[in-house]
Write a protein that binds this ligand. Structure first.
Ligand SMILES: NC(=O)c1ccc[n+]([C@@H]2O[C@H](COP(=O)([O-])OP(=O)(O)OC[C@H]3O[C@@H](n4cnc5c(N)ncnc54)[C@H](OP(=O)(O)O)[C@@H]3O)[C@@H](O)[C@H]2O)c1
Length: 351
């Protein structure tokens, strides 16, 4: 089993954005060891979003600690003007490319290791066709061009049906049941990758992620902010899973060595089922705030069982209690927010 850092080495609070980035990009010893063995360079497709920059930095730090010269290349359209700036201090080659255009994809160098992050979620309602094209056609362009690479592709736990909390969440082999067109298109993304993995014998891993927590955004950020501002917390989605984004970065890169054809699927999240009510009450306790609620807990929620990833890729290094404490202090100190709400309360899959 891959062992991450011990929780004991973590600080009580995350005091600044540079400290946050430092923790988000801290490589596990097992990742450093993997980088000593890994053949070929690494390309991140869709690097300019919420996860890409710190994932890239995690890879760069692991490569440096491993004493290797592996190149990291980041691809995106860089449609937000500011987005290139986040890479200024990184030893990374940036390539502007619209992955929807097969001719542009054809110009990308065929590197050995691909991390696939591109996707579309918010704004789906009313523009469903844009989400389907992004989530289903880009994977086809990418899988065809990088047929000789290993590909780790982000997916989402939202493609499972909703289940009761007592089940402990869906396991990777269970029947799927995506609700709403965003989740359906993400299942489409998986199926396209799976198809090309089969016909071209391309080794792949699919990362079914539930809610990455990065303090500047995420489900804990959203619930904590409601509590801090004295606004009611919606209990419609009464339970969820979440995980420290630094742990997502490590598990995702470690999945490069576990790629297979057909693809290996990984549920990536903390092992525990989290109660929305209990989390809000804990924020209230830490922040010294009364907590108000709206709606009521339904009997089922979107929940994944991450036992396989914990056993093979390694256990997450940051516990839920530490995440809540960090998040509460971050909000109390007026830490920066990306202002990108998760819409965690959405139970009909409409984004
Ligand atoms: N964050 C989470 O908590 C979470 C949870 C579950 C699943 N996931 C999955 O994990 C993946 C990464 O998450 P994220 O939060 O980083 O997503 P994100 O913030 O939406 O970032 C994805 C990036 O992909 C790029 N992209 C989109 N279309 C593109 C195109 N045609 N060509 C080139 N680049 C394109 C975009 O940058 P440009 O506009 O600059 O091109 C965008 O910023 C997503 O696919 C998502 O489905 C994330």
């Amino acid at each position: 089993m891959n062992m991450p850092e011990k929780e004991v080495q973590l600080p009580g609070v995350v005091a600044s954005e540079s400290e946050l980035q430092g923790f988000l990009s801290k490589p596990w010893p097992s990742l450093v060891n993997m980088m000593k063995r890994l053949d070929g360079d690494i390309m991140l497709l869709g690097i300019a979003g919420k996860i890409g920059p710190d994932l890239a930095l995690t890879a760069l730090r692991a490569i440096s600690e491993a004493g290797r010269k592996t190149k990291v290349i980041g691809v995106s359209r860089f449609s937000e003007e500011e987005s290139r700036r986040r890479f200024e201090d990184m030893d990374i080659e940036l390539v502007a490319c619209d992955l929807l255009d097969p001719d542009e994809v054809g110009t990308l160098s065929r590197v050995r290791n691909i991390i696939y992050l591109a996707g579309r979620k918010f704004g789906t309602s009313g523009n469903e066709e844009l989400t389907w094209i992004a989530n289903v056609v880009i994977p086809a362009n990418v899988a065809r061009h990088f047929r000789d690479s290993r590909i780790v592709a982000f997916s989402t736990g939202a493609i499972y049906p909703m289940v009761a909390p007592l089940t402990g969440g869906c396991q990777e082999g269970e029947p799927l049941g995506p609700i709403g067109e965003y989740a359906q298109s993400c299942l489409g993304r998986e199926r396209v990758f799976e198809y090309y993995s089969g016909v071209n014998n391309t080794a792949m891993s699919l990362i079914r992620l539930n809610y990455a927590v990065d303090l500047r955004y995420g489900v804990l950020h959203d619930i904590g902010r409601l509590v801090l501002e004295g606004r009611p917390v919606d209990l419609t989605m009464g339970f969820f899973n979440a995980i420290w984004q630094g742990d997502v970065n490590n598990q995702t890169l470690l999945a490069l060595e576990q790629c297979t054809s057909p693809p290996t699927v990984w549920n990536v999240t903390l092992p525990e089922v989290v109660s929305t009510r209990a989390i809000a009450e804990r924020f209230g306790e830490i922040m010294g705030k009364e907590v108000a609620f709206t709606g009521g807990e339904g009997p089922v929620a979107l929940l994944s069982n991450s036992a396989k990833a914990v056993n093979v890729l390694g256990p997450p290094s940051v516990s839920l209690e530490t995440l809540i404490r960090w998040q509460a202090q971050w909000l109390l100190a007026g830490g920066r927010s990306l202002n990108k709400p998760t819409h965690f309360e959405e139970s009909r899959g409409e984004y």
